[in-house]
Design a protein around this ligand. Structure first.
Ligand SMILES: [Zn+2]
Length: 290
């Protein structure tokens, strides 16, 4: 008889969904591990007792790290670019590693040259460092044919050397001659994809709304880091730049996600990044898309 382990927490596998003729594919790049009370500094271990099932066997939060391709009939868009081939540890509290994006692209039948546009939800290292590659000891852009877009306030914040930039300076330098700024409400190449302002985690954090007929998908970026926040939108992550604004954004976006025919795409969730939010007995809950 096989026994099923209580906490089968894994990173999200490569997976895709379609809305009409638009195909969204999750492209794994790596993973991150966090002590729960480090990632959510206002929580105690007692707060986590009811959520043991969301932690791995060591009592850690396992987060997926990755990017997405969005393929329309005429365009191939990459959303975020992962952390790239390296790792970083914060002793005893966090471990982040990347480097699988190229293989994931290949598994999706894509090469970096196929990417016509890279859109960044925000400019944190696990979303932007993956744009670069080493050629003859020099850093260059991995996507030779791509335009690069980010929301205006996000670029302005990260272009300011007085702001904390989490070690993304090299990536910013590569982007500087190429970056194009986009505003809230703008279309991203096709009328079905629109830029949403979802600030808080970062000043210019953005999400993408994909609408096809009655069907909607919201590519959330880092509004949430773990699905515990669907039930507790007030739990701010230590990486939220403006925790109060991030909480208000989570609350607002939960109302949107709970509307009919709406799929949420949450890049750091373990096990699966595609899901739906229900509102039952006064509580929001995340359900993995079957
Ligand atoms: Zn992130």
């Amino acid at each position: 008889m096989t026994r099923i382990k209580a906490n089968m927490i894994t990173t999200a596998p490569q997976q895709h969904m379609t809305l009409g003729s638009i195909r969204v594919t999750y492209l794994p790049d790596g993973s991150a591990l966090f002590n729960p009370t480090f990632l959510y500094p206002a929580t105690t271990l007692a707060d986590w007792q009811p959520y043991r099932h969301l932690l791995n066997q060591d009592g850690q939060i396992l987060a997926s790290v990755g990017a997405y391709s969005i393929q329309t009939s005429d365009h191939t868009i990459l959303v975020d670019a992962g952390y790239g081939p390296s790792q970083i540890a914060i002793e005893g509290n966090a471990l982040l590693q990347g480097g699988e994006l190229l293989v994931s692209l290949q598994n999706a039948g894509l090469t970096p040259a196929d990417i016509g546009l890279v859109f960044f939800t925000h400019l944190h290292p696990d979303h932007v460092r993956g744009i670069s590659r080493q050629v003859d000891g020099e850093q260059g852009l991995l996507f030779p044919n791509a335009r690069f877009l980010v929301r205006r306030p996000e670029w302005l914040r990260f272009a300011n050397p007085d702001e904390s930039r989490f070690g993304v300076e090299d990536a910013l330098k590569l982007l500087e001659p190429r970056i194009e700024l986009i505003d809230e409400g703008n279309e991203l190449l096709v009328p079905e994809i629109t830029v949403l302002a979802t600030p808080g985690h970062e000043t210019g954090h953005a999400s993408l709304l994909i609408s096809v007929g009655e069907q909607r998908a919201i590519l959330l970026g880092d509004i949430f880091h773990n699905n515990v926040q669907v039930e507790h939108p007030d739990w701010a992550s230590c990486y939220d730049h403006d925790p109060d604004l991030a909480k208000r954004t989570r609350q607002y976006i939960l109302e949107e996600l709970a509307k009919p025919a709406t799929i949420g795409i949450a890049s750091h969730f373990a096990n699966a990044v595609f899901g739906r939010v229900t509102f039952v007995q006064g509580k929001y809950q995340w359900q993995v898309l079957q």
